[in-house]
Write a protein that binds this ligand. Structure first.
Ligand code: P6P
Length: 336
C-alpha cells in the first residue's frame, strides 16, 4: 500500500464533512501540528528535567497539573489560533472557554483534553490528546459563547484523539467511519495505517476498569465484574482485565482488539471521573462510528444535554456485545 497522508485522505474521502473540505483540512492540520510538537516533547520528557513533574498548580478538576499538561494546552491553542478556523476553545486545563480574538470569523469551536492520562508522563506510559469540534451557534464575527460549546455529542462535526504510544497516531471521524494515521517522524507526516476501524465482530474479551474502586461502585457493577471473572468455557469466560490508567490507550486497544472500558459512578463521585465534553463525547462518536456503543450506563452519551463545560458522566464504551452485557446488569436484567 502506498503512502497516503492525512490531508490526501481527507481530500479524497471526506466529502461528507459538514463544512467545506478546506475547513476540515485546516482543522486536521492544526491538530497534526500540535500533535507533532507534543510528540517531540513527550519523547524527550525523560531527558528534559524541566518538563517532568508537576507545575505546583491544580486545574479546575483539582488535579495536579503536570508541566506537559500545561505545555500541551498552550501548544494546541497556539497552532489552532494560527489556523484561524476555530473561534473559541474549551479545555480540561482551563476553568472557562477562551476566545481566540483574532479568529472571530471562525465557524467552529474546539474542546480538548490536551494531555489525557498525564499522571503516566513520569512513568513513561502512553498518554493522549482528545478533541471535539462543533459548528458555532453564535453569529460569525462575534466572541464565542458558552452555548457554542454546550451542544449534545450528536452535533460534533469532528472528533478524534492523538495517542503518544509505541508510535504516535492520530485517529479521527467526521461521521464517515473512523480512520487512523501513524506519524512517521522521518517524513514529518501522519500516514494512513488504519482505514475504517471497527470493533471486531465478536466484540472481544477485554474489560477495563479500575478494580481498586470496586468497593465504591454500585452492586450491579460489582456483579458484572464478578461475572467477567467466572470460569465458563462455553462463553469464553473469564474475560481479560486490562487497565492502563490512560483512557486513550485503553480505548484504542479495546477498539482494535475488542473490549469495554468502564468508569462508573462511585459513592464518592456519583457521576464518575470522566468529562462529557472533551473525553466522553468524542470517544462516544468514534465508538459508534466503529460499530460500538457508549452509554452513561442508561442513556446514549451522544444524546446527553450538557450543562457545564467540565461536567462528569459515568462512561461505558466499547463493543456492542460487551457494552450491552455490562449495562444489562445495571438495568437489573441480570444476564448471569
Ligand atoms: P483512575 C486520566 O486521569 C483519566 O482521566 C483517564 O485517562 C484514565 O482512564 C482515568 O483517568 C484513570 O483514573 O481513577 O483509575 O486513576
Amino acid at each position: 500500500m502506498g503512502i497516503t497522508t492525512l490531508e490526501q485522505f481527507a481530500r479524497e474521502h471526506e466529502s461528507s464533512f459538514s463544512g467545506n473540505c478546506e475547513d476540515l483540512i485546516g482543522l486536521l492540520s492544526a491538530m497534526q501540528l500540535g500533535g507533532k510538537v507534543v510528540h517531540q516533547e513527550v519523547n524527550k520528557a525523560g531527558l528534559m528535567q524541566h518538563i517532568l513533574g508537576a507545575v505546583g498548580s491544580q486545574n479546575v478538576q483539582g488535579e495536579e497539573q503536570q508541566k506537559l499538561d500545561v505545555r500541551a494546552n498552550d501548544v494546541f491553542i497556539e497552532v489552532i489560533e494560527r489556523q484561524g478556523i476555530i473561534c473559541g476553545v474549551g479545555s480540561e486545563e482551563l476553568d472557562d472557554h477562551v476566545n481566540l480574538t483574532s479568529c472571530k470569523n471562525g465557524e467552529y469551536v474546539l474542546l480538548m483534553d490536551p494531555l489525557d492520562g498525564s499522571s503516566n508522563i513520569d512513568v513513561n506510559v502512553s498518554i493522549g490528546t482528545i478533541f471535539s469540534v462543533f459548528k458555532r451557534k453564535s453569529p460569525i464575527g462575534t466572541d464565542a459563547v458558552l452555548e457554542d460549546f454546550l451542544q449534545p455529542g450528536t452535533e460534533q462535526v469532528l472528533a478524534g484523539y492523538i495517542l503518544y504510544g509505541s508510535s504516535t497516531m492520530l485517529v479521527y471521524t467526521v461521521g464517515n467511519g473512523v480512520h487512523g494515521f501513524t506519524y512517521d517522524p522521518g517524513l514529518g507526516e501522519f500516514c494512513l495505517s488504519h482505514q475504517n476501524m471497527k470493533f471486531p465482530a465478536n466484540g472481544g474479551k477485554i474489560y477495563s476498569i479500575n478494580e481498586g474502586n470496586i468497593g465504591q461502585c454500585d452492586d450491579s457493577v460489582k456483579r458484572f465484574v464478578q461475572y467477567c471473572q467466572e470460569d465458563n468455557k462455553e462463553d469464553g469466560r473469564p474475560l481479560t482485565a486490562r487497565y492502563i490508567g490512560s483512557l486513550v490507550a485503553d480505548f484504542h486497544r479495546n477498539l482494535i482488539k475488542g473490549g469495554l472500558y468502564i468508569y462508573p459512578g462511585t459513592k464518592k463521585a456519583p457521576n464518575g471521573k470522566l468529562r462529557l465534553m472533551y473525553e466522553c463525547n468524542p470517544l462516544a462518536l468514534m465508538a459508534e462510528q466503529a460499530g460500538g456503543k457508549a452509554l452513561d450506563g442508561y442513556q446514549r452519551i451522544l444524546e446527553l444535554e450538557p450543562n457545564d463545560l467540565h461536567q462528569r458522566v459515568p462512561f461505558f464504551v466499547g463493543s456492542n456485545q460487551l457494552t450491552d452485557l455490562a449495562t444489562s446488569f445495571l438495568s437489573n436484567e441480570i444476564t448471569a
